[in-house]
Write a protein of this length. Structure first.
Length: 276
């Protein structure tokens, strides 16, 4: 079971995951974020991902604070590219004695997630404020703006932008744009938007482009990623339905939920006779 809530730290999210059956473990997908994690006495940091991460070992409880893209490195004191696609012990980044004190504080708390959030808030109070340029960059790319146009709007050169992105996000601006686009597409698809419309609204060239990018970044086809329960809704105007030999007008045709057919871009149903 996974639960999350907005954090008292601006832009962050506090989350908890209780143990689940191994078959229920889903991959952690790239999202542009970094996380401070606690599980069974261990404090860890999850760096920015460029590929799916599947937790190994037996299922266990986790608590975490997920930082808004680009804000984690300043809070944790390490460039994002050093942690790309990695999970590391906090003792690798901070003094061991300090981490032991924090671990004891979290273990003694009634709610580990809230105690972990307090650690993040304390750290944020000592760290410099987030770079407004980086937040604006995320907002522009998440809105689907091209990287070159965004750099021009921000008044920053391509090389400088790339260097700052490596430090803040762990990878360049084009990869960041792909990751944010993936998250937009997943949100649309999970809400029931048909795949072709999802592709268009998320900023892909077409549905095959969406399928390729999802497989490359998430490691699974979109249908499997959503749990295999997605259905494409077929609109009445695309369906020819006959009842007792008489065609029904579109307003009298029921909405149909048809399973997604891999590789299919459109489903048309004709000649369905509801009277037989």
């Amino acid at each position: 079971m996974y639960e999350e809530r907005p954090s008292r730290l601006t832009g962050a999210v506090v989350w908890q995951r209780t143990p689940e059956h191994p078959e229920g473990v889903r991959p952690v997908l790239p999202d542009g974020c970094m996380d401070l994690l606690f599980s069974e006495g261990r404090l860890l940091v999850a760096g920015p991902d460029t590929r799916p991460y599947v937790p190994g070992g037996r299922p266990r409880a986790w608590a975490g604070v997920r930082f808004f893209p680009g804000t984690g490195p300043a809070l944790l004191g390490v460039p994002a590219h050093e942690l790309r696609d990695r999970r590391v012990e906090l003792t690798d980044l901070w003094p061991a004695a300090r981490v032991r004190r924090l671990r004891g504080r979290i273990e003694a708390a009634p709610d580990p997630a809230t105690a972990l959030e307090d650690v993040a808030l304390d750290r944020a109070a000592q760290a410099p404020p987030p770079d407004p340029l980086l937040r604006r960059l995320v907002e522009c790319l998440d809105a689907g703006r091209p990287v070159a146009a965004t750099a021009g709007e921000l008044g920053i050169g391509a090389r400088q932008l790339h260097r700052r992105c490596l430090t803040a996000f762990g990878y360049g601006p084009k990869t960041l744009a792909r990751v944010l686009r993936l998250q937009r597409a997943l949100a649309l698809a999970r809400s029931g938007i048909p795949y072709a419309e999802t592709a268009a609204r998320a900023g892909y060239a077409d549905q095959p482009h969406l399928a390729r990018d999802v497989r490359q970044l998430a490691g699974l086809p979109l249908g499997e990623l959503l749990g295999g329960q997605r259905c494409e809704q077929v609109d009445a105007v695309a369906v020819g339905v006959v009842h007792g030999g008489v065609p029904l007008p579109p307003e009298r045709v029921p909405r149909l939920q048809l399973p997604v057919v891999p590789g299919a871009h459109q489903v048309l149903v004709h000649g369905v006779d509801l009277g037989r």
